[in-house]
Structures are given as C-alpha cells and as structure tokens.
Design a protein around this ligand. Sequence first.
Ligand code: FES
Length: 305
Amino acid sequence: MTFDPKAATKEPPKKVVFRVKRYNPETGKTWWDEYEVETYRGMTVLDALLKIKEELDHTLVLRYSCRMGVCGSCGMIINGMPRLACQTQVAEVASEARPVVTVEPLKNHPVVRDLLTDFTAFFDKHRSVKPYTIRKNKEELETGDMEFLMTPEEHSELYEYTLCIACGLCYSACPVAASDERFLGPQALTYVWRYVADPRDEAWQERLEAVDTEEGPFSCHFAASCSAVCPKMVDPAAAIQRLRSALIKYRMGLYKKKKIARKAEPPKEFKERKPLPPEAKLVEGADLEALEKEPPEIPVDSLLS
Ligand code: FES
C-alpha cells in the first residue's frame, strides 16, 4: 500500500465525513463519532484528523510524528485497510459518490485510547530477534573501523528488507497474529531473514535455531496480507518463505550461508588515527545481554538539557 502520486493531482470531495472509532479505557466504552471536514487538494487523512482535533474535538487521541512516512507511528485502519495516515490522501479514500472515510485503530495491537495503540509487545518481538549485525570478534566493535565488503548482488538480496520502518501495519493485517499472540509476526521474522541473508552477520546459525519454534515461520499461513499493506514495498511474506526454506535445509544439514563478508582494508585516515582513549571504549566486562534485556532508563530531562 504505497503512496499514490496520482491522488496528489485529484481533488477530494469538498466535504468529507470522517467516522472515527473511539475508545475510553476508563469506562471500557467503544463508540463511533462522525466529523464533517472541509478538505483541500493534497490533504492527508492525518491532516484531516489533526484538523478535527484542533477545531472540532480536542479529546480525540492519535499518535504521529514525522508526517512524511518515515517514523511509522501513524498507522491506523482507514476504510478497512491498515495504512499510514500521513501517506494516505483523502482523495484516495473518499469520492463524490462516497464522501465518507472510516478510521479505526490498528488491529492486533492493544488499544490504549481512540486511535492510539500499544506497541510494547510488538517491539518486544522485534527486540527478541536481535535486530542488529552480530560479529564474533568483539574487538571489531572497539576499533571503530568496521567496514565489510559486499557485492551489489549481495546487497540487493537484503536491501528491500532494510526499508522496514516497524510501523506495525503488516502485524495488524496478519491473520495468524490475530489468533495467536505468541506468533513472532511478519515484521520480526523479516528481520531474522534480513540478518541471515546479510553477509556481514555471523550469527546465522543461532538466528535459525532461535526461530525454529511454534512461534516461528512455520506458523505462517502465507495469506500474504502483510506484503499487501506494507507502505515501504517490503515483502515480508517472501522473507518468511525464504526463512522456511533455509530452516528446512539447515535441519537437513544442507544450508550454507553463501559467504561471510570480508573486512575491508581500513581507510588511510583510520590507520593514521590515534587510538581511542580508554574511556571511549566499551565498558570492560559490561553485560551486553543484560543491557539488551533491560535497557537503562534515560531520564527525559537529561536529553533536553
Ligand atoms: S507520522 Fe511518521 S509515518 Fe506517519
């Protein structure tokens, strides 16, 4: 579900009714509210919701940040489909014949209030698959000259998967996630494949073994709705199939990672650079696993000062 450039040239109907699903956690009540909004060419659903919040109903709750399809925080169900509100033009989803847009919170994520959903469990799953490059030699982390050689072909095999913005639309569309909350889901499994396929990563065996469970890729029914709704054209369904294939071969002792990327010769500036002062290196003896499980709280005040 990508941005439709043709919609930018279309005029939306002059007035559009937004039917918004509301939820109040204090009373446990769910209901629908309707708001009539004057539109303009290029108006997005997020623009319309913010207009509603500013001019018609201050109590409406939603989440957004970048307003440009990057942060992945404005996902919601628009006319029955998971979409990014900031990337959906009103002209795409409303017409003169039907000047009505329905907006609901994402499915498969607990609703906090109105359109705001809780991504804690989703990000826990994301974090559980170790979504970062793992190298066996810890010294490489300390020297700061980590650069590894990859061919354009190797890069193109995983590039698509690096575009994921963790917006949770695929998880919202997934019928397996709807019926089994233990399922890792399309986003986390795509990340597993992204690193198994990455020639710079050396933990492919651990990664394959970690997802060879009931929560892993074999629980996928291959509905492919994840791929149909991805706003970044990632194809999680294909990543899961590749992961399955790799797992079957691995169980039979036939899977071999194509090759591990060679470390590049450090650039001249690195060679001439003085070594880092000891206090700039990783803390000796730091328990990285424990830090990963329980990241330290960073007080917001310290970020503002
Ligand atoms: S507000 Fe960032 S993706 Fe929509």
